[in-house]
Design a protein around this ligand. Sequence first.
Ligand code: ADP
Ligand code: MG
Length: 140
Amino acid sequence: MALQRTFSIIKPDATRRNLTGKINAMLEEAGLRIVAQKRIQMTRANAESFYAVHKERPFFGELVDFMISGPVVVQVLEGENAVLKNREVMGATNPKDADEGTIRKTFAESIEANSVHGSDSEENAAIEIAYFFSGSEIVG
Ligand code: ADP
Ligand code: MG
């Protein structure tokens, strides 16, 4: 296994409920290091381009509205097999399908307001990290 980086977002439903620290603790307990982090308000253009891969899906408009409904915390996570490890800690997209102990099972409100985003591949992680962070903001 190799040291990897992945991109994570703590979504507006979670920042609204003051869950940033609790989610970060779950990430850290899973062996992921938060090597970059900032709290931002996404613009509509940010959210539309970040989720462009979903633009034909029926929920795209609502998803964009949700992602700009409050601040988010964008993060770079580092660890062994970080992409897959983060997906495991996050749990399934729909919290009803998520395993016990995962972030989404514990905190998500719905399939849309599901508290966290995590990259689905190393390739997408690199693209997503570069969209939100410059190299000097990432300190491993
Ligand atoms: P994941 O975040 O688990 O990688 P997807 O990439 O499929 O899931 O979807 C991106 C985001 O779009 C989800 O995290 C969720 O916020 C939202 N979403 C996915 N499916 C639905 C749906 N059927 N209805 C509403 N929102 C959805
Ligand atoms: Mg996805």
